[in-house]
Design a protein around this ligand. Structure first.
Ligand code: NAP
Length: 319
């Protein structure tokens, strides 16, 4: 049988939000089609140990958790394609969702495309990406055994990256633009008390220096403007994320930063199109909150589909 190209629910995204939506939609017998993206699994695929997902007393590795999410969604009939969505048309009914090769239609859509790591946009960064410059310690940390590794950022991601990188580097230096951390107290304390980690405060990274590989960073003190050079073999950038909403521009209402706007954190401005996870959520951004939103989006999509059927039956009986 050829794979279906129409679904009652299409889910775009495969992090905790998308795959929880798939699990719930699957259990509601809606046979959702999930576009997981070619880099499926969302941000937890790029992380190490997840200690704050409830139910795992000793923590669980991010990729392992996402494989379990996926298997559970598939168990209840989700059809998951590891391809990217390239365009949508929410002005038509059914809604249209395009990939590079095919066109699909859906009666409802759940958008759970998440967010992607932000870059500094400084000289040398793009050129030395993959040659010392990275946004993923899990992916690239092991290349820098016994090296001096720099991390930029002051949030939980930066602390997590710095702590993880102590497994490899002989020394880890966190460079932060202010004099206090945004990270949660537990993560901040761990990093501040780690013998291999030191901090450079009130400082911006202005340039990544190196021919074939990263060798140094040009730094600027933001209080007195003094510029210095710090020898470093790698720079891990952990300064937050931007929402993945380029394909929804002109289709859904987005805020100034590009996040999808929703009054209740589930419905978008288009009836029948729902949102879940980091593509909407600028406040909590946790795997467990994303999963909760995925659940809510699927339940609301199911209710919406029921209301469509009720209208349809009423129209048929009147006709
Ligand atoms: P975040 O909390 O937004 O922190 C981003 C950090 O990068 C901030 O310290 C910010 O500085 C800095 N920054 C932003 N733009 C910069 C730029 N252009 N140049 C230099 N520095 C810049 O992002 P996050 O750390 O990715 O965390 C996102 C969310 O995920 C948070 O809710 C966090 O709690 C959660 N998270 C949790 C865990 C965990 O619990 N284990 C792990 C990772 C993430 P300022 O402080 O000056 O704004």
């Amino acid at each position: 049988m050829p794979a279906p190209t129409h679904a009652k629910v299409i889910i775009i995204g495969s992090g905790p939000a998308g795959l929880t939506a798939a699990l719930y939609a699957g259990r509601a017998n809606l046979a959702p089609i999930v576009f997981a993206g070619h880099m499926y699994g969302g941000q937890l695929m790029l992380t190490t140990e997840v200690e704050n997902y409830p139910g795992f007393v000793d923590g669980i590795m991010g990729p392992e958790l996402m494989e379990a999410f996926r298997a559970q969604a598939e168990r209840f009939g989700s059809i998951i394609h590891n391809v990217d969505v390239t365009a949508v048309d929410f002005t038509k009914r059914p809604f249209v969702v395009r990939t590079y090769e095919d066109e699909y239609t859906a009666d409802s859509v759940i958008v759970a495309t998440g967010a992607s790591a932000r870059w500094l946009d400084i000289p040398g960064e793009a050129r030395l990406r993959g040659r010392g410059v990275s946004t993923c310690a899990t992916c690239d940390g092991a290349f820098f055994r016994e090296k001096h590794i720099a991390v930029v950022g002051g949030g939980d991601s930066a602390m997590e990256e710095a702590l993880f990188l102590t497994r490899f580097g002989r020394k880890v230096t966190v460079i932060h633009r202010r004099d206090s951390l945004r990270a949660s107290k537990i993560m901040a304390d761990r990093a501040l008390n780690h013998e291999k980690i030191s901090f450079i405060w009130n400082t911006a990274v202005e340039e990544v220096i190196g021919e074939d590989n990263t060798t140094a960073l040009r730094l600027k003190n933001l209080i007195d403007g003094e510029e210095t050079t710090l020898a470093a073999d790698a720079l891990f950038i952990a300064i937050g994320h931007d929402p993945n909403t380029a394909i929804f521009s002109g289709q859904l209402t987005l805020d100034k930063a590009g996040y999808i706007v929703s009054d209740d954190g589930v419905k978008t401005n288009v009836e029948g199109v729902f949102v879940a996870g980091d593509v909407y959520d600028i406040r909590y951004k946790q795997a467990v909150t994303a999963a909760g939103m995925g659940c809510k989006a699927a339940i609301d999509a199911e209710k919406y589909l029921e209301s469509l059927e009720t209208h349809h039956k009423a129209a048929v009986s009147v006709g």
